[in-house]
Design a protein around this ligand. Sequence first.
Ligand code: HBI
Ligand code: FE
Length: 295
Amino acid sequence: MEGSIAPPNGIIGTATLPAGLRGDYAHALEDGTLPAEAIRRTEADHATWRTLVARQRALFPGRAADAWLKGLDRLRCDYAVPDLDQASDILEDAAGWRLVPCPGLLPDGQFFDLLARRRFPVTSWIRRPDELDYVVEPDIFHDFLGHVPLLTDPAYARFLEAYGRLGQKAAARGLLTPLARFYWFMVEFGLIEQADDGSGSAAPGLRAYGAGIMSSRAELLHAVDGDPARLRFDAFRVMRSEYRIDDLQPAYFVIRDYAELFEAIATAPALLDVANAATPIPPGGSHPQDEPWRT
Ligand code: HBI
Ligand code: FE
């Protein structure tokens, strides 16, 4: 899949990382983050960043959710790899979050602890010019361009903090699988209804906000212009849905607004055990109670 962002198999629900990850884990601190002095930026990095942002920018009109696009504009990050402290000042003012540099994927425990403290981990390295369309592990382009714009939206930011707190509890109870599915479908690949603004969208009334969509050309065109399955968001359905990490998604879930994610997490503790024990629905599978989303 273009810009694949999933933790390599074996991270979700485990406390350790697989060997051979690309980032500078040797310099990571106790909480998984990198000290500022460990980060090296080259002009080539900035050039790669500018190319990636310009390519995605061309696709956003009519496809990117308003709140996401407003956040991206507010971050003013089109022309150079962003400075996390400067971006954090904007996020803190908007919704109380800050960014922390990290080597890449973090073990679940560290990951949830950071989210619960309203700290979003942003990978420090950027893909090489020959990897513009495909990078196995999430780099700063995926993490920052994909995830950070929506952290300027208070409703979404509130949800992600609650998700982190629930992750801490779920980890202690060995119930991370349903939560990881929730993150995958709703944080990485979420779609949202949006009153049609006549901008000529391929899917009137539909917009994308998930980080894995926003940071990938192929996924954005597939999710909005293409013909995947699009289902009305249902937390229990999401928590029992398996997914593939190496291809375009066969199915997406559509929310009405970001508050719906917070409400789902508020009721999630009761669902985790049942979702964890339920028969999983395979990638692209359907279920009799599925509610197809239509404009
Ligand atoms: N670490 N840095 C980072 N970024 C993620 O998105 C991430 C992670 N560790 C674990 C993880 N995601 C998954 O377990 C989520 O599905 C929860
Ligand atoms: Fe991500």
